[in-house]
Write a protein of this length. Sequence first.
Lengths: 218, 218
Amino acid sequence: MNYRISANVIRRLPRYLRRLLWLEKQQVEKVSSRELGTLMGLTASQIRQDFNCFGGFGQQGYGYNVRQLKAGISDVLGVGDTLTAVVIGAGNLGRALMSNFHFDECGFRLAAAFDTSPALIGAEINGVKVLDAAELGPYLASHRVDVAVLTLTKKYAPESAKLAAEHGVRGIWNFTSIDLDVDLGDTIIEDVHLSDSLLNLGYYLRGRGDQRGRQIGG
Amino acid sequence: MNYRISANVIRRLPRYLRRLLWLEKQQVEKVSSRELGTLMGLTASQIRQDFNCFGGFGQQGYGYNVRQLKAGISDVLGVGDTLTAVVIGAGNLGRALMSNFHFDECGFRLAAAFDTSPALIGAEINGVKVLDAAELGPYLASHRVDVAVLTLTKKYAPESAKLAAEHGVRGIWNFTSIDLDVDLGDTIIEDVHLSDSLLNLGYYLRGRGDQRGRQIGG
């Protein structure tokens, strides 16, 4: 898999994965690119093109084997190869992720959380310790951490991201909705923009479109 | 704007809007489709095609006027036309949205939140009251609510969505990551799948791609 694959194709892989899990739950064993396309609002040819980036996932005769296709896409996404994450900021959002988000299903292990609040430091949430934010640097220096989840106040986001990047953290999952325009070297930033989602819903509610707002395949 | 515009075009509008706000902050007054494309990982021709769905937003000579383009896209998204939302479930995630999410910037007013916890009922968070979840039905019957934000336990999500839809709520912003496969009539569902975002980041961290994971234009 050394080809340069478009970022848009990669972004569709988690959506395929969700839809295949759903099909598996419905006990569907085979699915054609046309059926999958109808479920996801894509054309059959786009789906085949996407899958051909990864060798095609072995479509034979009528459609794909759901289980094999799911395994193939999980494998491309590397879900079986566990990475380590820490949460920076154990406020409401950080705690919501710690309590309810299935890091494991994305191939991540949540190792620790950091906060400045004395009321939180030392607490354990869903099996994960909240450590003193002052310990973040030393912790990162002595533990391999792949991703920093930024759920802290906007104001401290850039410096925390910089500290993380300086200590070898290669990915930032940024919930602060600010542009991390500090020098983070090769660190990969994934921004979460919840407003995009609500603006999209608003468009359809305001009667500006006659299609459903639902992320098709969502 | 009575054409049937593709859902993918609509989904790009919030991204354009964010990028234009960013350009405005950099005090950029004019931007060409090519420059905007480079910033957002799109081709100039795709951008022109997108904008032509809405009459083109008046590109003249060299590029678009940033302020006018931003106003035009805000207008299409209807940000100036305020809709009403309620949060169902004032746990960590609900409270995080109440405290930090700018509903107003998306053209929404958050009117109330609902929870079953006696410790939360009656509390006011960022100016919004938490009401008893038992009052949800009567509240919806006597107040116009456009969107229910589902931040409650998965288990109760379908019945809450159904109750909301039965009381005329036309949109569901669903954070529960379950398929709301109950009959919700014409209610529009917008699902938030945070796992898609982390899976995407993981792909790049695992060295499967040579491109940045950052949502370009994000």
